[in-house]
Design a protein. Structure first.
Length: 185
């Protein structure tokens, strides 16, 4: 099993890396005028941190488990990140959540967005600890807990995809412009 020192070092690395990523995300959303890019940066940045934590060299870890965890994190990050990136890039309108925030906070919006962006690195650091613990288990074979974890993640990713499909259909209806979906998955 991963040592506490390694887990904390990986979390610290993720914290530093994600602080840079989220600062860049704030600058990008500010320049482009679309705060939705913040979500893209967080998703891909967290994916990179998760894959790195899973694959970090550890002589006691079971490498097939490390690769399995890395693959699952990569699939999650790519699916969600690409979905959000395409949605943000194609849309002329900002995500309704951010549009409401922009209107509500007015001149303070960018300060609020920076605060929102910079609280994400600690969240990623906590996720990295759990990813590292899962990936660096010393059990020499994949076992039932690994299979249950895979099943949970597959169901979760399928659920995300279904919910995103439902949201796309909702947004395509012009009567729903500016509304937040509150039906479906």
């Amino acid at each position: 099993m991963i040592g506490l020192t390694l887990a904390l070092a990986l979390a610290l690395g993720a914290l530093v890396f994600m602080s840079v990523v989220m600062t860049v995300s704030w600058l990008v959303q500010r320049k482009l005028g679309n705060a939705g890019w913040t979500d893209v940066f967080w998703t891909f940045g967290t994916g990179v941190c998760g894959v790195a934590a899973a694959l970090w060299p550890d002589p006691y870890a079971h490498q097939p488990r490390q690769w399995l965890v890395a693959l699952l994190i990569a699939v999650w990050s790519l699916r969600l990140g690409l979905y959000i990136a395409f949605r943000v890039a194609r849309s002329d309108d900002e995500d309704p959540r951010y549009a409401r925030m922009r209107k509500s906070y007015g001149d303070r919006f960018q300060a609020v967005m920076f605060k929102l962006s910079i609280v994400q690195p600690p969240a990623t650091a906590l996720l990295v600890i759990s990813i590292a613990l899962a990936a660096h288990d010393w059990t020499p074979v994949l076992w039932i807990a690994d299979l249950v974890g895979v099943a949970i993640l597959v169901v979760a990713i399928a659920g995300e995809a279904l919910a995103d499909h439902q949201m796309n259909r909702f947004r395509m209806d012009k009567a729903n412009k500016g509304k937040v979906i509150d039906v479906g998955l």
